[in-house]
Design a binder for this molecule. Sequence first.
Ligand code: APR
Ligand code: ZN
Length: 366
Amino acid sequence: MALWGRRSLGALRLWGPGGERPGPVRAPQSPQSRVWRPVCAGADGVRARAATEPRWREPGSVIGGRRAISLSVGASGIFGSGGNSEKEKLSLQDIAELIRVRACQKVVVMVGAGISTPSGIPDFRSPGSGLYSNLQQYNIPYPEAIFELDFFSHNPKPFFTLAKELYPGNYRPNATHYFLRLLHDKGLLLRLYTQNIDGLERVSGIPTSKLVEAHGTFASATCTVCRRSCPGEDFWADVMADRVPCCPVCTGIVKPDIVFFGEPLPQRFLLHVVDFPMADLLLILGTSLEVEPFASLSEAVRSTVPRLLINRDLVGPFTWRPRSRDVTQLGDVIHSIERLVELLGWTEEMQDLVQRETGKLDRQDR
Ligand code: APR
Ligand code: ZN
């Protein structure tokens, strides 16, 4: 399945009705009319094991000395009936409690460029500060062209100039990345789906087995002619010296394994077919949910699974197709993460982790 920008919203229908194998179809232009239904069919059509509904307690009972979440109880347990009644509305505190008491243990996370802006890396679409508002210097026909193969083969310079600015060695993870690392360390992270190419999830210590870098990575590169693969470090010297990296075998241009518009997403992206039906909590952080097929994953969890959006503004289906168990925390991502960490009672652990990891990076930089 290919990466589509909003411009060429040829979104793929991630799942067909009734379990048929997914296949590329041209989706209607406006998200509202995007119609699809997730079915728990694995890549080979095997039904993914439905997550076992976690054990559950009466509201008001005490869990570990704390008030239990006053959610609806009953056969649907923690996930409620998915109804819209006010009493079922969840809060950030409820989400924290679900994580804290490990009522949710298969947390899937989707992130975008908004989690890296606190590290100093511009996102793409924030008016004024976003990358797409600051490409005048590259003399390109329209912003997304910088990530388009046709334009790249015609003129690779703008992309490599941008790559030099985004060089992973120039930036460090922030509290958001370390919160996700802590989620992993506590055995609660089922998978982290990232659109980011800055590699900060890896730098924060999240193992690649837990990562799906849906829009690729700078960690490796491929020759555009003979398809020879090479590790990222082989081409950075050229990029930092403002040279276009060329293949030592056939002199073709070497392109980092960043997914360009129209290119297929990495095979690992298919893990979503099993992960999302298994998830018992979905966190969506710092993304405009503008780009398919990644954006559609936001609706791929079961309808009764709580979804928490942490973002400056309301985006994607949280605006036009909200669900009864959605929680939205709008504003600065760091403030929201710090609030969530406080509600979880993880503040001290986070401080220790950040201190340890920062010390490691300082030693590497010496
Ligand atoms: N706190 C909270 N939200 C923030 C912050 C912040 N500090 N900084 C940015 N945001 C929000 C923005 O308001 C926006 O809603 O994060 C979102 C970032 O959206 P985009 O810039 O569109 O980035 P992203 O969603 O990752 O873009 C997806 O588009 O061009 C492609 O391949 C590219 O992977 C990228 C994809
Ligand atoms: Zn080559």
